[in-house]
Ligand binder design. Structure first.
Ligand SMILES: Cc1cc2nc3c(=O)[nH]c(=O)nc-3n(C[C@H](O)[C@H](O)[C@H](O)COP(=O)(O)OP(=O)(O)OC[C@H]3O[C@@H](n4cnc5c(N)ncnc54)[C@H](O)[C@@H]3O)c2cc1C
Length: 379
């Protein structure tokens, strides 16, 4: 048992491991090659409780500690990085609502959060607003009883089947500064349109979409957090969200390490297992050390979240190190497989592609370094 986790939490993690390896792994291989996605197992994910892992028990969630949640995501990602990002985004939106939404809407939304038809998306990025969300141009105009939203969001995970879009909307002209408001927009709102983004390098089993808002109405009681404070709402959400991506990265890294080890034991060259060669052993050792260090950084940051002292620097450190390590480990896994690592029959080829996005979304590595350095320098 992991230090600090009780038996109930350990059971949830081992249940997730068993489910992921039995129900997701083979499907994830198929999703990589076809147009099918994780949506085909959404009901099962809901039944397992994975859609409301951190939602408080009084709102019918599992009420798990963040540390446990991240271990569950790690196990899911080991088998399906696509399912892991789907869950990470949905749970991040749930956590933001738990922290910022007002009653009675808060309870109403959270009590249904575990159902497949509550799938949520986080809609901040636009074609010209990625690392710099404050350049977002999707705007809201105040009308009687709510807001009318127009604009276009890009790269939205869960965008095709999402029932809810937590959306960053400019609610005052540029001349008044960075005035954005977070709004929870219903997926079936008239004027909201979804277009799939095809041709992704990896995590092809997850949905990524462009979402167009054409005069979409959002009622006043669907504003999340204070009006004008979306940057604060989203940045606190991302402290946890980035740890979800870190856990996705360690899941990929662990799968790569396991593939590397079993191939090193079975492949023979020069009349011996390639695992006998020091060069191969070093790749395995370096990968095991980086994976262990990534997990420690994640646990350290998760415990801060659990103690109510969310620490942006700790979350960024974990995300930066885990995602860059996962890419190095995936690269070594392909190298250990030689030519066989370069073809689809071997899972490392897919894992190498799946790992790549982890240093890009929810803040690129460059942005994580900026966040870490600024917090040290006090800027
Ligand atoms: C598969 C996928 C799923 C995604 N899901 C979502 C989602 O659900 N919701 C959502 O809102 N977004 C989502 N995103 C968007 C993602 O968060 C952005 O792609 C990411 O933040 C980078 O923005 P960008 O692509 O516009 O790159 P840019 O911001 O244009 O960056 C280009 C390059 O410039 C660098 N750069 C930019 N600014 C600086 C700086 N100040 N200092 C140093 N270097 C800098 C970047 O690090 C990068 O290397 C997703 C993206 C992908 C690929």
């Amino acid at each position: 048992m992991e230090v600090g986790l009780d038996e109930g939490q350990e059971l949830l993690i081992s249940g997730a491991r068993e489910f992921a390896r039995n129900e997701l792994l083979e499907r994830d291989r198929r999703w990589d090659e076809t147009d099918d996605t994780v949506i085909e197992v959404l009901d099962q994910l809901a039944e397992m409780g994975f859609l409301n892992i951190c939602i408080p028990q009084e709102c019918e969630g599992l009420g798990c500690r963040y540390e446990t949640y991240l271990s569950i995501l790690h196990e899911i990602s080991y088998a399906s990085p696509s399912a892991a990002v789907t869950l990470s985004v949905h749970n991040m939106v749930g956590n933001i609502l738990a922290a910022w939404a007002e009653e009675p809407r808060r309870s109403e939304w959270l009590q249904r959060w575990g159902a497949a038809d509550s799938l949520a998306a986080f809609a901040v990025s636009e074609a010209n607003a990625g690392s710099d969300p404050a350049s977002c141009t999707t705007r809201g105009v105040k009308v009687d009883g709510g807001w009318r939203i127009s604009g276009e969001k890009m790269w939205i995970t869960n965008g095709l089947h999402g029932s809810w879009f937590l959306t960053m909307v400019r609610t005052a002209p540029k001349s008044e500064g960075k005035v954005f408001t977070a709004m929870l927009v219903r997926g079936d709102s008239p004027g909201l349109e979804r277009q799939p983004i095809r041709g992704k390098m990896g995590i092809r089993g997850s949905e990524t979409a462009v979402i167009a808002f054409d005069d979409v109405f959002c009622p006043d009681d669907h504003v999340v957090g204070p009006e004008g404070k979306a940057l604060q709402v989203f940045l606190t959400g991302l402290d946890g969200g980035r740890l979800g991506i870190a856990a996705q990265a360690t899941g990929i890294a662990e799968a790569c390490l396991d593939e590397m080890v079993s191939y090193a034991r079975e492949r023979r060259q020069f009349s011996q297992e390639i695992g006998r060669f020091q060069a191969i052993q070093h790749k395995i050792a370096d990968s095991a050390v980086e994976l262990a260090a990534s997990k420690e950084l994640i646990v350290r940051a998760a415990r801060r979240v659990d103690s109510g002292r969310t620490d942006t620097r700790a979350s960024s450190m974990a995300k930066l190190f885990a995602s860059e390590s996962a890419n190095r480990i995936a690269d070594r896994a392909v190298q250990v497989h030689g030519g066989f690592g370069y073809v689809k029959e071997y899972r490392v080829e897919q894992l190498y592609r799946d790992a790549r996005v982890t240093t890009i979304y929810e803040g690129t590595s460059e942005i994580q370094r900026m966040v870490i350095a600024r917090s040290i320098l006090g800027y």
